[in-house]
Design a protein around this ligand. Structure first.
Ligand code: ADP
Ligand code: MG
Length: 254
């Protein structure tokens, strides 16, 4: 067996606020293999963002072990992570292509090359023709596509997505789910996708990790054996229903 790309063993996090302790994550233990698209699903406030920030190296943790990268694939968090948040967080005074370019600028990568790559990525996310526009000229879904292109521009090894489609209307969200799967297949990136949407978690994931309410505790971790490319009609398949039912049961919603 080769080493996993990401390994968490018993990771715990307690927030300390004015002398009081708030446990946010208890005993997170899971592996992610290179090239997987893993969905992390759980109710609001259960500790998903906290866990993502720990993996991103933005938060410390109190116990356990976290390792990212392998001997053949060493990992540098500042270069090797791309992040997408619930809001696109585009700079409104920069054109779309210059927004996408930002991480490359910050990392001091060669700009001409990166600009070329930014344009290719805008094509990949379906935004050809919007390169020179400003964020206000784009719809919410288009802005989120730009944010995905920005997360890819420095060619990171890992993409962390924190409820990226949570602010979109239902139809745009379904469309973005299909787009994300296409981008994932074309880019070959490892993606950790956080959501509180149970259907979304199953539809996107090669695997689903279920967290129960605070502090985040792992309730399940299973492979989704639905073929790729995924299509929306799979949501009506019996196997799909079994996966979603399994999660609803774990979250005490049945
Ligand atoms: N910086 C912080 N300081 C103290 N408590 C926090 C902080 N960030 C989050 N929390 C608390 O930790 C818990 C988990 O939060 P979070 O990870 O944001 O959950 P989720 O992303 O699943 O909604 C919540 O109860 C939240 O109020
Ligand atoms: Mg969150």
């Amino acid at each position: 067996m080769s080493e996993p790309f990401i390994r968490l063993v018993g990771v715990q996090k307690v927030y300390r606020v004015r002398g009081a302790e708030f446990p946010a994550v208890s005993e997170a233990t899971f592996d992610i293999e290179q090239g997987e698209l893993v969905s992390l699903v759980g109710p609001s406030g259960c500790g998903k963002t906290t866990l993502l920030k720990i993996i991103a190296g933005l938060h410390s943790y109190d116990a356990g072990e976290l390792r990212i990268g392998t001997q053949t694939q060493p990992f540098d968090p500042s270069r090797d992570i791309g992040m997408v948040f619930q809001q696109p967080l585009l700079l409104k005074w920069r054109r779309i292509v210059d927004n996408v370019l930002l991480p490359a600028e910050i990392l001091g990568l060669p700009l001409a090359e990166s600009r070329e790559r930014a344009r290719d990525l805008l094509r990949l996310v379906g935004l050809s023709g919007s390169e020179e526009k400003y964020p206000y000229e784009l719809s919410g879904g288009m802005q989120q596509r730009a944010a995905i292109a920005r997360a890819l521009v420095h060619d990171p090894k890992l993409i962390l997505m924190d409820e990226p489609f949570g602010a979109l209307d239902a139809l745009t969200r379904e469309k973005m789910n299909l787009e994300l799967l296409r981008i994932w297949q074309e880019s070959g990136k490892t993606i950790l996708f956080i959501t509180h949407g149970i259907t979304e978690a199953v539809f996107l994931g090669t695997r689903v990790i279920v967290l129960t309410a605070g502090p985040a505790r792992m309730a399940d971790n299973f492979r989704v054996n639905l073929p790729h490319p995924r299509t929306l009609d799979m949501k009506t398949h019996e196997a799909f229903g079994e996966y979603t039912r399994r999660i609803y049961n774990l979250l005490g919603m049945n």
